[in-house]
Design a protein around this ligand. Structure first.
Ligand SMILES: Cc1cc2nc3c(=O)[nH]c(=O)nc-3n(C[C@H](O)[C@H](O)[C@H](O)COP(=O)(O)O)c2cc1C
Ligand code: SF4
Length: 396
């Protein structure tokens, strides 16, 4: 089943393995993919991947990430370069979906050169500068920005778009009672909290013929935030609004390493790439890194490490009739087959395993039983300063 040709929202895929959205840090100053990024995607396609979801692309200038090299899609000037990317991937009959996003509270005003915005002014521990609460007019502008981004995606030759509705970004914040404390028509009831996403889906459907997927965090570990019961209800609403596929993830950036779990925090990488630790003078690093390594095993990490969204995906799948994709700690071929056989999801997606081995699908088809990625999460830290790469064994 895993390696059989299939169809997802009208798109033919060679197999049921999808590359989950992964920020690559390889866009130019305009947010267009550079030649290295195009080659990276071409290489994934050449190696039999079923479908590629791009890294997140910002739909508005105030929705950009603080990580360098983020893709952007709020200007027509980038369409030519995105078209080169889709042409390169399509040579291998591989579909490619553009993930479109607004970072909301999960950026810094300094990085974007203007005050960041969010549904509500909730303090973010990693980005403590306060967000401006969006007005009605500004919310409608962001809805239009998403729709216009999808129009550009269609002109660029993408096979579909995926809304980034998870991981604590703006759309997640709108849907979650933790991030959304509004008392107007955009907050409060589930219906109100879903309004922004539903209007975006409907708007994209009106203006393009692209399938619209969403990735969401079924649970986010925030007090009063997303939980599986409300996520099931949200997914039903989104299906009714025209959503074509749902990718089930979890967590927010606030939530540390919950979205991409590891046994230990990647301390060496923290001291190399995350501020303020990265800028500590050498003598301070020499004292604090060994101390951090000593206490690291005592810091409780989210569990389990493997297949951690599968049960939630199964619950969502039971409640909707559109395809369900599951991501998170999946790295063994047998597990992938079992998830599909058990009817917990229709498609499998992975992120870190493809950073580690872009030719993983081909290897699995040739009998390799699992990914070589050890889920150390060093790649999750390198993106704070440099393009994404596997650093296993390379950081000391
Ligand atoms: C380096 C890196 C970049 C990521 N970029 C994105 C992104 O742009 N959009 C997104 O939805 N998730 C992003 N994620 C999260 C992954 O898509 C995925 O949900 C998470 O890593 C769990 O899957 P895995 O265990 O297969 O890695 C990123 C993760 C990593 C490690
Ligand atoms: S650095 Fe490499 S081995 Fe570690 S999680 Fe990332 S891809 Fe996997």
């Amino acid at each position: 089943m895993l390696f059989n040709e299939s169809n997802i929202s009208g798109i033919t895929v060679k197999n049921r393995i999808i590359r989950s959205a992964t920020h690559d840090g390889l866009a130019d100053e305009n947010g267009a993919p550079n030649d290295k990024l195009i080659s990276k995607y071409e290489n994934l396609a050449r190696n039999e991947i079923g479908c590629i979801i791009t890294g997140y692309a910002a739909v508005s200038p105030n929705g950009v990430s603080p990580y360098p090299g983020m893709m952007k899609i709020y200007d027509d000037g980038v369409i030519g370069k995105y078209k080169e990317l889709t042409d390169a991937v399509h040579k291998y009959n591989t579909p490619v979906i553009l993930q479109i996003a607004h970072c909301g509270r999960q950026t810094s005003s300094k990085a974007i050169g203007m005050q960041k915005v969010a549904p509500s002014n909730v303090l973010h521990p990693f980005y403590p500068d306060r967000a401006k609460e969006l007005t009605d007019t500004e919310i409608n502008e962001i809805i239009n920005d998403f729709v216009n981004a999808a129009v550009r995606a269609e002109k660029s030759g993408f096979d579909g778009v995926q809304l980034h509705g998870g991981h604590g970004y703006l759309l997640h914040d709108f849907m979650s009672p933790y991030g959304n404390r509004r008392k107007d028509k955009w907050g409060g009831s589930l219906e109100n909290r879903c309004r922004v996403v539903e209007l975006i889906i409907k708007g994209i459907k009106e203006k393009t013929s692209l399938p619209v997927w969403i990735k969401l965090s079924a649970e986010d570990n925030r007090k009063g935030g997303m939980n599986i019961e409300s996520s099931v209800e949200i997914c039903k609403r989104l299906e009714a609004s025209g959503c074509d596929a749902i990718e089930v993830s979890c967590g927010t950036v606030e939530d540390g390493m919950n979205t991409m779990r590891s046994r230990l925090l990647p301390m060496d990488a923290v001291f190399r790439y995350r501020e303020p630790c990265a800028s500590f003078p050498k003598f301070l690093k020499n004292i604090s890194l060994p101390a951090a390594n000593l206490i690291n095993p005592l810091i409780k990490q989210p569990a389990p490490l493997e297949n951690f969204n599968v049960e939630n995906a199964g619950l969502i799948k039971k409640s909707v009739s559109i395809p369900v994709i599951v991501v998170g700690g999946i790295h063994k071929a047998d597990d992938m087959e079992k998830i599909l056989d058990d009817g917990k999801a229709d498609f499998i997606s992975m992120c870190r395993p493809f950073i580690c081995e872009p030719d993983l699908v081909k290897k699995l088809m040739n009998g390799q039983s699992e990914s070589k990625c050890i889920m150390c999460n060093y790649c999750g830290l390198v993106i704070e300063k440099e393009p994404t790469r596997c650093l296993y064994g390379k950081v000391k």
